[in-house]
Design a protein around this ligand. Structure first.
Ligand code: C5P
Ligand code: MG
Length: 190
């Protein structure tokens, strides 16, 4: 079975492109950001706790997001393919995912990393903030903090998956369709 991580900084287009891949390959889509926003909307305890981190542009603690993935493990282990969007975001999350997948004799197929320059990320996120109302896209300081946190905590995953020969950079600038085509042809070549 296929397990693809769609990777990149905030604003790289992970959510948009995950949807393209899901439409094309009919894989299961797991967006931890969407799951967290769902918890916030439902005003659960987990959501209220997570909101503080998200609004500050920080990461929600590892045990919380790992727990959300664990809750989906029965399905993750039985569907033909999964696209992980926004997870893992730390090396601890990557190790936990490897352990969970090993428990059902599965493993990560590839990490597809959308490469987008810094200024383009900020531009895209500010635009998205205007239309989506996402609190973490509303101001430049929070956006810059998220990009800094990405550099400190998430970018080290590139090393982690490079060592496993699973890292695949993808040019993330262009039209949505152009980028989808690059991703789809990469997935077919795996
Ligand atoms: O993935 P997405 O950008 O939609 O996530 C929105 C926010 O949710 C992140 O900026 C972060 O605060 C939080 N998040 C997290 N850990 C994850 C996924 C999302 O802390 N694995
Ligand atoms: Mg997203």
């Amino acid at each position: 079975m296929i397990h693809l991580i769609l990777f990149g900084p905030p604003g790289a287009g992970k959510g948009t492109q995950a949807q393209s891949l899901v439409d094309y390959f009919k894989f299961m889509h797991i967006s931890t950001g969407d799951l967290l926003r769902g918890e916030i909307a439902a005003k659960t305890e987990l959501g209220l706790e997570a909101k503080r981190f998200i609004d500050a542009g920080e990461l929600v603690p590892d045990e919380t997001v790992i727990g959300m993935i664990k809750n989906l493990l029965d399905r993750i282990c039985t569907v033909p393919g999964v696209i992980y969007d926004g997870f893992p975001r730390t090396v601890a999350q990557a190790i936990a995912l490897d352990t969970m997948l090993t428990s059902c004799k599965e493993g990560i197929t590839a990490l597809l990393s959308l490469e987008v320059p810094h200024d383009e990320l900020v531009k895209r996120l500010l635009l998205r903030g205007e239309s989506s109302g996402r609190t973490d896209d509303a101001d430049v300081a929070t956006i810059e903090n998220r990009i800094t946190v990405y550099g400190q905590k998430t970018q080290p995953l590139i090393d982690y998956y490079t060592k496993l020969k699973k890292y695949h950079p993808i040019e993330g600038v262009g039209s949505v369709e152009e980028i989808s085509a690059r991703l789809i042809s990469k997935v077919k070549s795996l």
